[in-house]
Write a protein that binds this ligand. Structure first.
Ligand code: FAD
Length: 318
């Protein structure tokens, strides 16, 4: 048996969520792990896949695959499953991974479960747990098909580095014009040093910050921590911050290792976008703010006093 892991990159580096998918594939203990990468990338970057548990990387070194074209990616992933004989396919839940996996499951008559929160239970079957209703409940799902495709949520496994490197094999997948029926002409990147959906640390501000002129301290704290900045819905609705920073049920859903909420009340619609964060820190002047119930750590205090002091202390500790 073997495990195939579909990996993605951002800015020339394998995404952390894809490294987690490799680590997940290795932790499944279902045979050798092969990672599949589509498009052009530095070979040394691909070798890093070995550090997280991949024995081999199949590389489809085709310029046409530099942008994630769902049809073409689905075709290549289905071919790679056939080539490797993999019975398990792992990928990180993402805007690209989910539609690719769903199409491949239909192509190969397999099954696909997305948003999986941990390793499968293989006692008497193959069961996975997935997060549903924006993280408020879990569903236990049994997968019975021959080929099982698992889309994992961020932080589903710990990342441990082994120091090994993977061998790289070029994979000449067959692609037709029909696979490129949709073409991406150009991509406009979201501003900011760290992209919110991918961020490991997020510093988010709410209406408690009173106005856009006070966002400097949020940006300073984010800079110190190497974090992305986010905000609550009213903040982006009022134009204090751009819409792509709006976190929650109707905005971006994040699963960082650390989420710091400053001056945000913790309404259920906001929590729906952050409740799969590993550690939540809340700074609010109202000790009864609902966010404290979801927090791992809380500071009751005025953000205008707490945030600069916290930033200063973190800078000094660095
Ligand atoms: C259908 C629907 C979808 C929605 N989707 C979303 C969504 O995706 N994301 C989202 O965020 N919201 C969403 N909302 C809105 C949500 O219900 C809340 O209204 C919103 O999250 C509140 O934003 P806030 O916490 O910034 O503001 P407020 O509720 O006004 O809270 C401000 C907080 O700041 C604190 N504060 C004030 N001054 C200070 C200070 N000096 N220092 C420290 N703390 C201070 C206050 O104690 C308060 O807790 C949605 C609502 C609906 C109806």
């Amino acid at each position: 048996m073997s495990v195939l892991v579909f990996i993605e990159s951002a800015d020339g580096a394998i995404k952390k969520s894809s490294l987690e998918a490799i680590a997940y594939g290795a932790a499944m203990n279902q045979g050798d792990v092969t990672a599949l990468f589509l498009g052009q990338i530095d070979q040394a970057e691909l070798e890093k896949a070995g550090n997280f548990g991949a024995a081999k990387v199949l590389h489809v070194n085709d310029e046409r695959l530099n942008n994630g074209i769902i049809q073409a990616y689905s075709s290549v992933l289905a071919q790679a499953i056939e080539k490797t004989g993999a019975r398990f396919v792992v990928l990180a839940k993402s805007a690209l991974g989910d539609p690719v996996a769903a199409r491949v499951a239909i192509k190969i008559n397999g099954s696909f479960v997305s948003n999986v929160t941990g390793l499968p239970d293989t006692n008497g079957g193959f069961k996975v747990t997935r997060s549903i209703y924006t993280g408020k409940a879990f569903a236990n799902v049994e997968m019975t098909s021959d080929v099982k495709i698992i889309g994992i949520r961020k932080n589903a496994v710990e990342l441990n580095e082994s120091g090994s490197s993977a061998t790289i094999e070029t994979f000449d997948a067959q692609l037709s014009d029909a696979d490129f029926g949709v073409q991406i002409k150009n991509i406009e990147k979201q501003e900011g040093d760290v992209l919110l959906p991918e961020a490991d640390i997020v510093v988010s501000g709410g209406r408690g910050l009173k106005g856009p002129e006070n966002w400097g301290m949020i940006e300073d704290l984010a800079k110190t921590l190497g974090a992305a900045t986010g905000c609550s819905k009213p903040v982006s609705d009022m134009g204090w911050r751009p819409h792509h920073e709006h976190v929650g049920q109707t905005g971006v859903k994040v699963s960082p290792t650390l989420y710091i909420a400053v001056g945000i009340s913790g309404a259920i619609q906001h929590l729906a976008g952050v409740n799969s964060s590993k550690v939540i820190v809340v700074i609010n002047k109202d000790e009864d703010a609902p966010f404290f119930k979801a927090a791992d750590y809380g500071i009751v205090g005025d953000a205008f006093e707490v945030v600069p002091k916290l930033n200063e202390a973190l800078r000094a500790a660095k």
